[in-house]
Design a protein around this ligand. Sequence first.
Ligand code: FMN
Length: 301
Amino acid sequence: MINTKVNIAGVEFKNPVMTASGTFGSGREYSEFVDINKLGAVVVKGVAAKPWAGNDSPRIAEVYGGMLNSVGLQNPGVDYFIKEDIPFLRQFDTKIIVNVCGHTIEEYVDVVKALNGRDIDMIELNISCPNVAEGGMAFGTEPSMVERVVSEVKKYADRPLIVKLSPNVTDITLIAKAAENGGADALSLINTITGMKIDIYKRKPVLANKIGGMSGPAVKPIAVRMVYQVHKAVGLPIIGMGGISNGEDAIEFIMAGAAGVSVGTANFSNPFAAMEVIDGIESYMRKYSVSDISEIKGIIG
Ligand SMILES: Cc1cc2nc3c(=O)[nH]c(=O)nc-3n(C[C@H](O)[C@H](O)[C@H](O)COP(=O)(O)O)c2cc1C
């Protein structure tokens, strides 16, 4: 018997594997292919106080080792989410984590207030999106601002609060500490790394927004390094992500200190990726006689 259960900020997950925000919608399209009941959690696409249109197209580009996106947090708003997506997701035996975005602190607070009393398990505060002009990453790259937005939102949240960190900083541990000081219950990292691709024949950027966020296998070593550093620096549970596409990738993050792991870009090329990560973790545990996943968590000194 192996035990893959994990507890993150008081919430019990059947396994550490989640879907990364923005790469799995709210699970509808994927539910035709995969058994959502198997997932530790579904982390939904960013939800704002009011519907957001997102950025102009093209907003996706393939690059070596991953992709660039500048979707800009397009979403139908929190009222739609409450009416349509919560009942859909509650059909499944999995946890629901709601990724929250905003242009201002007030907008973040409005979403969190609207979610209070609703049937969800955790909130993930996205202060790290590189694709919105105001809010998003602007909140997540300056420690005093991080502490302010987190402590404001924490006052209203009636569910454990995960703060999602931006890798677009010089020292990720300063941001992690600021989130901890603000009252975060857990941290997730990394969001995308800013990047750019130029079409040399058209002599212009491929993305309409010019700059986007890089994700996929090529960012994994950066993400593992940041999870490792944050695990050493703060006591909060960490959900690690960035380029995970199989069980071995996930084990790396867990050994670096992650309590949970999210599968993002890999979902686009392989809708079964999250399932394969779950199976891969289990086969690693069996093969190397790890009876409880906690035995390998954070073992890298
Ligand atoms: C198309 C796309 C949309 C995304 N949307 C969101 C979002 O709404 N909120 C958020 O916090 N992160 C968002 N992300 C970031 C991912 O959740 C994840 O942090 C990042 O892509 C790194 O993981 P990966 O390499 O496995 O994709 C998005 C990523 C992609 C590729």
